[in-house]
Design a binder for this molecule. Structure first.
Ligand code: BMA
Length: 311
């Protein structure tokens, strides 16, 4: 009998560098969405230069994925994105919205890390739309619905003054963002004390928007990345109803505790299923992709009954 809130798939890891038909060193931190009855995964891979690109894999069951022969999203050689993608593209998130898929990803360059937004209708053609932050932002996730006609996103700016926290911003058009507010902070001497960041795009439930985020704790042996949950008000996503006090997933399997960066489980995507479960996808040790299942009601309950205030 297991008391785990996230049930790991018995055949993890589900995608590794050996499954990719072009040379890569890692497969991790992937976004996953359902498109026309299939699961589409956008995954990050390190090249042997140490820089990252984004590949695509497809699945009928959400567990067994087959990678496309070519990468999906790579740094632009020229044009307005080129200067900001020079060091690579990382950690994609995908949100289905208005009949399209909105992709956000980290763009690294000598100017720092910022977030780019791209769109696709079919995961064939992809259009890079805009760079939507300045330097030193990561983990932008867009809500899959608008609020009074306005788009909303969660993100995580860096700051030397305050612990790295989760903010919300709004946009009329996905290009221009503002009205930013800090909505959730790490808690001192707690599993997420060092920094937190949005993980999967929020999932709508009847009790609120469920957000799966990562939290980091610093130890004598480096940082440990774990996953937790927060519940946002359905009508006002800036209002957090509760944050689950305990983590839902920590590095335990060998491919999570050991790899390119040890002791990391990091999510960029989760797929809610009609039976009330959610498939949560995570990168293990920045090296491989894993999946597990949870009951959405258990995650919501953790926020409501074993919750803490957001800040
Ligand atoms: C974060 C990001 C993630 C990575 C994690 C652990 O800062 O760079 O891409 O998974 O660190 O290395």
């Amino acid at each position: 009998m297991t008391h785990e809130i996230v049930r790991r798939y018995s055949q993890n890891p589900i995608l590794t560098k050996r499954d990719i038909p072009y040379p890569v060193e890692t497969v991790h931190n992937a976004a996953v969405v359902k498109h026309q009855g299939r699961y589409i995964m956008l995954f990050r891979s390190h090249l042997r230069t140490g820089r990252s690109i984004i590949g695509l894999a497809r699945s009928y069951d959400g567990f067994r994925f087959v990678a496309d022969p070519e990468p999906f999203l790579t740094p632009e050689p020229d044009g307005p994105f080129a200067e900001y993608e020079e060091f690579g593209v990382e950690d994609p998130r995908v949100t289905p919205l208005d009949g399209e898929y909105i992709i956000t990803y980290s763009a690294y360059s000598r100017n720092g890390v910022r977030i780019a937004l791209a769109k696709t209708k079919d995961f064939g053609q992809v259009e890079k739309v805009a760079l939507i932050t300045e330097a030193d932002y990561r983990n932008v996730v867009i809500f899959p619905e608008k609020f009074g006609g306005i788009y909303a996103r969660l993100d995580r700016p860096h700051s030397e003054i305050a612990p790295w926290s989760i903010w919300i911003s709004y946009s009329p058009d996905l290009r221009f963002w503002g009205e930013s507010q800090l909505i959730m902070k790490p808690v001192q001497y707690h599993w997420d004390e060092m920094k937190i960041g949005p993980g999967a795009p929020p999932i709508k439930t009847d009790r609120g928007w469920l957000s799966i985020y990562h939290g980091v704790f610093q130890t004598m042996d480096g940082s440990v990345y774990r996953l937790g949950v927060a519940l946002h008000d359905l009508k006002n996503p800036a209002k957090i109803i509760g944050v689950g006090d305990s983590w839902i997933l920590q590095p335990e399997d060998l491919w999570e505790t050991t790899g390119y960066v040890h002791n990391v489980v990091f999510t960029c995507g989760a797929v809610p299923e009609p039976d009330g479960t959610v498939k949560i996808y995570w990168g293990g040790a920045d090296t491989v992709m894993c999946v597990g299942e949870a009951n959405i009601s258990d995650l919501v309950q953790l926020c409501l009954e074993h919750g803490r205030p957001p800040k």
